[in-house]
Design a protein around this ligand. Structure first.
Ligand SMILES: NC(=O)c1ccc[n+]([C@@H]2O[C@H](COP(=O)([O-])OP(=O)(O)OC[C@H]3O[C@@H](n4cnc5c(N)ncnc54)[C@H](O)[C@@H]3O)[C@@H](O)[C@H]2O)c1
Length: 305
């Protein structure tokens, strides 16, 4: 079965492509390489260098006739969304609608979407899928608006979907420059003898989920999770200070962090209940955070050598 993966040269998308191949699917990738890297994909994976905003994407649907679309391409930075909300909305909302329109026109059977815990905003409880949404950033808002369009395309045109709201994803191939994930940034700085910075007190907590587990959820959703919104998380929160200590210990670094003022739009605490993923997809995290942190450190160490 052919599966179109938008954003397939990116961090999560490239793991989704690998997982599709391992499970006998034929991935086709559409990505404009704005943050993705072609070498994240095997040479023989079909690749179209195009923007999801372009009218040209219709050619991809005509030529490849995908049965499923896994949509990951996005403007992914919270702070960019606050500085450039128009750009964020164009890629995240209009790009998603452009794809949905093509799915409708070309009889795609299922649309699998990467949304985010950013749709919930701050919550002082463990968040499940019924928790009211209240984004703190335009990024969170653009994901939430896209979710509404996806649900309406299902109601009006019968396009099935699964919407995933990921917690903080980490693992091999995550970028550590610019606004990459905090884990890849800390690992690279510690490996290079630099002093990592922590924004705010470091007592803010996050729920970290391993990228290979996120990829598995996407592949499971091809055959399950019909018209559901599902959290993908470890259901465990860890503070940035604790995370720093863990990584520094694993890397045998004696570095101490440099504390900087907190960032606007930043969520203070985040823990997502993942029971629905177990019930609807049979999905659960494959291991604990320590094992996955070690795997991530090994990746960055081998990348350096
Ligand atoms: N990384 C996380 O912790 C996290 C958490 C929640 C949700 N998500 C979502 O998961 C998805 C993948 O994120 P990621 O972390 O792999 O980021 P990433 O930046 O590595 O991947 C995004 C990909 O989209 C591509 N892209 C961007 N704009 C495009 C456009 N206009 N047309 C075509 N391709 C375009 C980029 O080149 C890149 O390959 C995104 O939708 C993101 O919002 C990520």
């Amino acid at each position: 079965m052919k599966v179109l993966v938008t954003g397939g040269t990116g961090f999560i998308g490239s793991h989704v492509v690998e997982c599709l191949l391992e499970n006998g699917y034929t991935p086709v990738v559409l990505d404009n390489l704005s943050s993705g890297i072609r070498s994240n994909l095997a040479d023989d994976v079909s690749f179209y260098n195009m923007s999801i905003l372009s009218k040209e994407i219709e050619q991809v649907f005509k030529i490849e006739k995908p049965e499923v679309v896994i949509h990951l391409a996005a403007q992914v930075n919270v702070s960019t969304s606050l500085k450039a909300p128009v750009e964020d909305a164009a890629t995240n909302i209009l790009g998603t609608i452009n794809l949905l329109d093509m799915c409708k026109k070309h009889a795609v059977k299922k649309f699998i979407f990467s949304s985010s815990s950013a749709v919930y905003g701050d919550a002082d409880t463990v968040i499940d899928e019924e928790t009211p949404t209240s984004p703190l950033s335009f990024y969170g808002t653009s994901k939430l608006v896209s979710e509404s369009y996806i649900q309406l395309f299902q109601r009006l045109h019968g396009l099935s979907f699964t919407i995933f709201r990921y917690a903080n994803v980490f693992g091999p191939r995550q970028k550590s420059d610019g606004e990459g994930g905090v884990i890849s940034i800390f690992i690279n700085q510690l490996l290079n003898g630099k002093t990592p910075s922590i924004f705010g007190t470091g007592n803010q907590t996050r729920d970290f989920v391993f990228v290979e587990d996120v990829a598995k959820a996407n592949v499971l959703a091809i055959k399950s999770g019909e018209n559901e919104i599902i959290n993908i998380s470890c259901n465990h929160q860890i503070s940035i200070n604790e995370l720093f200590k863990l990584l520094a210990a694993e890397i045998s670094s004696s570095a101490t962090p440099n504390y900087l003022p907190g960032q606007s739009g930043e969520i203070l605490h985040s823990q997502l209940n993942n029971q629905k993923a177990l019930q609807t997809l049979g999905w659960k995290p494959s291991s604990d955070i320590h094992t996955h942190l070690l795997k991530t450190i090994e990746h960055f160490q081998s990348y350096r050598s």
